[in-house]
Design a protein around this ligand. Structure first.
Ligand code: FAD
Ligand code: NAD
Length: 477
């Protein structure tokens, strides 16, 4: 049987489903193929909604509440009794949030007249797509345009093969039925820090083994130093320059051997999370004669507007170069749909926000001070702490700071970096400012509401020129 569609999207994650919705809004007939079965049911929303952003944030929020309550609210004059922990109920709440959101995406596709085909899609030559349903016969769809959005999966390393329930990837780490006494994490990246924090807050002793000598090498140095300090104080035992050479199962535990500058060590854990990055999913996606080329790292090769090597075929999200982030996938999906409908569309890759949802949160957009200097800018920078911010103090949540990096010649903002309460939201002020080409002075001249966390943004902008009010700074201009 042959079907036809203006657009076939392969993959119903944040990239794919947003592409499908935008294409339908633009009057195109759209088929979205998604094969995921989550907890026994076909499910849209990809990694992000099923086993990524959303369930991890549900557990981060639950574990944060538990940790706060346990640490006590005595300073607020609030006393609590014995604090209980029901991990099963916590996981069930997370599953409910996931169900609600994935169900919502199915409604959105239906409401937009998009056909969701449940099974696997493969791109053939000539923009034909082979659809293999979970049950039933293979079908061929003739598409005018195709959007490849098959996402990514965790990287596995030979030194630590997965062992059901003991050595797990990020998906397994969302499902521990009880709090491990001692937990290891390989990789101090975003997943390692977020999921390490979840289980540490719930009571596990957590050791994080990171191969690089530098912590959070992608972040501004001031931010990575502060993050390491704060997370260390919270109890995450982060060991840098640690290369895992082998793991072996002993009973219900795993023994990890690693080397660092001091030599060889071994540690025994009840659970081990392997979180060393993700790689694109291309297996089974492309026929040998599809004409689509991959780059040297296995990503589908695309131009700056996500056009793949066959006219009319686009590829987006984790499947292509750039940061593996849901919001990046979403905007690329919208861009691809608009280009297919002959609209003008573009994406500013220089301003993709990064957020780490630890507590405090860590977020940045634009250039770090180190990168701006390496790119030849004459850099000026300033930072201001939440420690003296009225709102942060009132909430007893006042760690961290806001930092701006700017071009000393033109005063243009180049980067904003935050560690602190609600950093993931506050950072959007920098995004908007930089998208509009703001100068530091533009921010200095604005009136920020009092008392708010955002006043730290204002003060950080003032501090770039040595004129923050709530700090002893000698005015330089
Ligand atoms: P995916 O979400 O991976 O979706 C691709 C879909 O395609 C999958 O559902 C897959 O089943 C389907 N598929 C693959 N091949 C085929 C085929 N041949 N036929 C049919 N279907 C196919 N990002 C953030 O921005 N913020 C966060 O807080 C965040 N937290 C995360 C936490 C964790 C634990 C993890 C693992 C990731 C997190 N991410 C986060 C990353 C984010 O989930 C991804 O960047 C995002 O999901 C990528 O979207 P995508 O649409 O490209 O791919
Ligand atoms: P990552 O790239 O963020 O971090 C992986 C870390 O593992 C790096 O620090 C790397 O140096 C280290 N590493 C690699 N190989 C190692 C080894 N053999 N031994 C020890 N350390 C090793 O990857 P991740 O944490 O797995 O996350 C995967 C993707 O998911 C990322 O691209 C991230 O953007 C995305 N994600 C985003 C969020 C968020 O936006 N808040 C949350 C979770 C995941």
């Amino acid at each position: 049987m042959t079907q036809q569609a203006d657009v076939v999207v392969i993959g119903g994650g944040p990239g794919g489903y947003e592409a499908a919705i935008r294409a339908a809004q633009l009057g195109l007939s759209v088929i979205c193929i998604e094969r995921r079965i989550h907890k026994g049911k076909p499910s849209l929303g990809g990694t992000c909604l099923n086993v990524g952003c959303i369930p991890s944030k549900a557990l981060l929020d639950s574990s944060h509440k538990y940790h706060d309550l346990k640490a006590g609210y005595a300073s607020h004059g609030i006393s609590t009794g014995d604090i209980g922990l029901d991990v099963g109920a916590m996981l069930a709440r997370k599953d409910k949030v996931v169900d609600q959101l994935t169900g919502g995406i199915a409604q959105l596709l239906k409401g937009n007249g998009i056909t969701w085909l449940q099974g696997s899609g493969k791109l053939l030559a000539g923009k034909r797509v082979e659809f293999t349903p979970h049950e039933g016969e293979v079908q061929i769809i003739e598409a005018k345009s195709v959007i490849l959005a098959s996402g990514s999966k965790p990287i596995e390393i030979p030194a630590a093969p997965l062992v059901d329930g003991i050595v797990v990837d990020s998906t397994g780490a969302l499902e521990f039925p009880e709090v491990p006494k001692r937990m290891g994490v390989i990789g101090a990246g975003v997943i390692g820090l977020e999921l390490g924090s979840v289980w540490s807050r719930l009571g596990a002793d957590v050791v994080v083994l990171e191969a690089l000598d530098q912590f959070l090498a992608v972040a501004d140095r001031a931010i990575s130093k502060e993050t390491q300090k704060i997370l260390g104080k919270q109890g995450l035992d982060i060991r840098l320059g640690a290369r895992v050479t082998a793991t072996r199962i002993e009973g219900a535990q795993v023994v990890v051997t690693y080397t660092d500058a001091q030599g060889e060590h071994s540690e025994t854990f009840d659970k081990l999370i392997v979180a060393v990055g993700r790689r694109p999913v291309t297996t089974g996606l492309l026929s040998a004669d599809s004409g689509i080329s991959l780059d040297e790292r296995g990503f589908v090769h695309v131009d700056a507007q996500c056009r793949a090597s066959v006219p009319g075929v686009f590829a987006i999200g984790d499947l292509v170069r750039g940061p593996m982030l849901a919001h990046k996938a979403m905007e690329e999906g919208v861009m691809a749909a608009e280009l297919i409908a002959n609209h003008h569309a573009q994406f500013n890759y220089d301003l993709v926000i990064s957020v780490i949802y630890t507590h405090p949160e860590v977020a940045w957009v634009g250039m770090s001070e180190e990168r701006a200097k390496a790119e030849g800018f004459d850099v000026k920078s300033g930072q201001f702490a939440f420690a003296v911010n009225g709102r942060a103090l009132a909430a007893d949540d006042n760690q961290g700071f806001v930092k701006f990096v700017a071009d000393a010649k033109t005063d243009r903002l180049l980067g904003m970096h935050v560690i602190g309460p609600s950093a993931g939201d506050i950072i959007h002020q920098g995004l908007i400012a930089m998208e509009f080409g703001a100068s530091v002075e533009d921010l200095q001249l604005m009136c920020f509401a009092h008392p708010t966390l955002s006043e730290v943004v204002h003060e950080a902008a003032l501090s770039v020129d040595g004129r923050a009010i709530h700090a002893i700074q000698r005015k330089r201009k």
